[in-house]
Design a protein around this ligand. Structure first.
Ligand code: 8IG
Length: 272
């Protein structure tokens, strides 16, 4: 079987040919709610369906075909990756990490991971964007599992002390002072947490809960990219508010914030 790094290199070569981009500067993985907002960044000069690239699995979420859009923003060549895939769709950690490994293999040294998530801190309102300072991986898996990475990739025992780059977070806060920081607990889902699980996450030091991001962040750091994480709080986590969670309402809350997300990304891109 092809190792995940070779697979990412092959997909990156295909992406280069189809997009006409030799090397990206920044890749932004778009979580739910973020895709609509990112349209405000401008018109892409290339659009590649990920279904045509090696190793990509199709998203099972309706209306979310995978795409990599290429565009120039603030003199940077940016890849917008939509159609993220999750463990809860039945994918392996390597499949979840493949889009991020591909764009890094295609040159991106900065990876922005965006998501929609639940908020544990009641003072952070739904619709707020939180800068991810660190994460707690509760998925019980890792993209580093399996055979050791081949040369020239670093050890599978990757250091995560500075997983969410302190340099990028400082730059982001300078450009967008309204951003607060939080700790993201990554669950497997797809069920939402019980109130007791949310209480556990809070006790552990988490302020956000979600079902993505953590595996991609680990894989990106391992490949030497700098990672910036942005969580759109779409709902208060179970037991924090009095009302039960409804998936459609959660998605709608995300959509409402969409307009400001593109504007936020446009402010961040020149400084990261
Ligand atoms: I949007 O409350 C969104 N994604 N795990 N919990 C988890 N993921 C989420 C939540 C939430 N809201």
């Amino acid at each position: 079987m092809t190792n995940p790094y070779q697979l990412a290199n092959e997909a990156a070569d295909e992406l280069r040919v189809r997009s006409g981009v030799d090397s990206y500067d920044v890749a932004i993985v778009l979580g739910s709610g973020w895709k609509e907002g990112a349209a405000a960044l401008g018109a892409p000069f290339a659009e590649v369906a990920t279904g045509t690239l090696r190793g990509f699995v199709a998203p099972t979420v309706v209306g979310h075909a995978g795409q990599i859009l290429s565009l120039k923003v603030a003199a940077k060549t940016v890849a917008l990756v939509s159609g993220r895939v999750h463990l809860y769709e039945g994918n392996t950690a390597d499949q979840v990490a493949h889009p991020v490994r591909t764009v890094i293999a295609a040159g991106a040294r900065t990876v922005v991971l965006t998501n929609a998530c639940g908020g544990i801190d009641p003072s952070v309102a739904a619709g707020s964007v939180v800068l991810i300072r660190d994460h707690i991986n509760l998925t019980a898996t890792s993209p580093m599992e399996g055979a050791a990475p081949p040369e020239p990739y670093g050890s599978r025992f990757v250091d995560l002390t500075d997983l969410y780059s302190a340099r990028l977070r400082a730059a982001a806060r300078a450009a967008a002072p309204e951003l607060t920081e939080g700790v993201y607990a990554g669950f497997r889902g797809p069920h939402y947490e019980t109130p007791a699980e949310v209480a556990m996450a809070r006790t552990m030091g988490a302020t956000l809960v979600g079902m993505s991001t953590v595996l991609e962040a680990i894989a990106a750091r391992h490949m030497g990219a700098e990672v910036l994480g942005l969580g759109l709080v779409s709902n208060l986590a179970a037991g924090v508010a009095q009302t039960p969670l409804n998936h459609l309402e959660v998605l709608e809350a995300g959509q409402q914030a969409a307009g400001s997300l593109g504007e936020l990304l446009a402010r961040l891109l020149p400084v990261i």
